[in-house]
Design a binder for this molecule. Structure first.
Ligand code: TXA
Ligand code: MG
Length: 333
């Protein structure tokens, strides 16, 4: 596939909106990751998303809207919990699944009768939604299986030549894809953890929150496919395992001289006590780690690292979402 891709600056959202109205596919920033958007009412345009991504057609897209007033244009009969979730957490990194409105193109949802809906907070996404005046179907703008782009540079690397335009929205502040939930009989089920955490939903709404696991792949079709994997092999381990893992990996690499010798290390909180000759990125907080994780993985790929060793954050709050992505990047799920 080779298309002429226009690179747009932040203020050129009018051009992006016009391309969308003409059935084009446009990459734009959201606060989570860059999205690969098309008019959600236009079936042919939505099919073009899947071609650009190399995405299996059974993996439905998220439909983005400007505000809660437009919820009934995309979801039929949204329940009380859905409305409460949007009123408390939107605009922001939360996606809620509901019954699909007939006007949404079948290709946008992989022919499902449900639709996943999000109200993004990023000014670039909001300007495009406002100017386009239609809901925008948009998966993350990575090639299928790879980490999502969270910078303009990574979006261009992933999608130049495959889409009509890419608009610069700077670096994404959250850095991980939105929390995806369903609501059923008074309970919220998290299909994909994100920056709106189980703890936050429990606290603000006072409802039961559970994680879909085991059966997860059946409810959230996208979780069936490999995800978030850079070219390098990812070893995601607890803090105590970092140094033994580095030592073991160095040993393995010595016996494979043809292999690129680079080891990348991503840590949370503290530097290692001993300095190492490997490349290390240290994030001070789990929020910073979430924001910089995909770009760090992509940067180690650019530098030709063969292995990236990453420290897993503790398993609560935003740490749950980071661990989920790392487990997938490491091929464990
Ligand atoms: O932060 C985000 O959510 C980004 C930005 C661009 O908004 N988008 C994103 O889209 O991550 P994508 O397509 O990469 O991930 C969408 C997730 C997938 O796991 C998919 O299976 C799930 O949402 N999903 C979409 N529609 C669904 C549905 N009807 N029922 C259950 N899960 C659904
Ligand atoms: Mg994705």
């Amino acid at each position: 596939m080779s298309k002429d891709t226009v690179l747009l600056s932040t203020e050129q959202h009018g051009i992006a909106a016009r391309l969308l109205a003409e059935g084009g596919v446009v990459v734009f920033a959201t606060e989570t990751v860059y999205g690969l958007g098309a008019n959600a009412y236009d079936d042919a345009a939505c099919r073009a998303i899947f071609a650009a991504k190399g995405r299996p057609v059974d993996n439905p897209c998220i439909v983005h809207i400007l505000d809660e007033a437009r919820l009934d244009d995309v979801i039929v009969g949204a329940d009380e919990i859905t409305r409460a979730l949007f009123s408390v957490f939107s605009p922001g990194p939360l996606t809620v699944v509901g019954e699909k409105h007939a006007a949404i193109a079948p290709a946008a949802t992989g022919d499902l009768d449900t639709v996943a809906v999000r109200i993004p907070a990023h000014p670039s996404a909001r300007s495009i939604l406002r100017a386009a005046g239609v809901p925008i179907a948009a998966p993350s703008a990575n090639r299928s299986g790879k980490p999502s782009p969270t910078t303009f540079r990574a979006a261009v690397e992933a999608m130049c030549g495959r889409v009509d335009a890419i608009i610069d929205g700077g670096a994404c502040s959250v850095g991980l894809e939105s929390t995806v939930v369903t609501t059923e009989s008074g309970c919220v089920r998290i299909l994909r953890p994100g920056a709106i955490t189980a703890e936050m939903i429990r606290e603000r709404l006072g409802v039961r929150v559970e994680f879909a696991n085991g059966g997860e792949s059946r409810v959230s079709p996208g979780t069936r496919h490999p995800h978030y994997r850079p070219d390098a092999r990812v070893l995601a381990v607890e803090r105590a395992e970092i140094e033994p893992t580095i030592a073991r990996t160095r040993g393995e690499m010595r016996t494979q001289p043809d292999r690129d010798a680079g080891i990348g290390i991503i840590l949370l909180g503290d530097e290692l006590p001993e300095s190492t000759e490997t490349r290390t990125i240290v994030f001070p907080t789990v929020e910073a780690m979430a924001a910089g994780l995909y770009e760090s993985l992509l940067e180690f790929d650019r530098r030709g690292c063969g292995v990236v060793i990453v420290e897993m954050p503790p398993p609560y709050g935003l740490g749950t979402a980071v661990r989920d992505r790392l487990n997938r990047a490491a091929g464990r799920e």
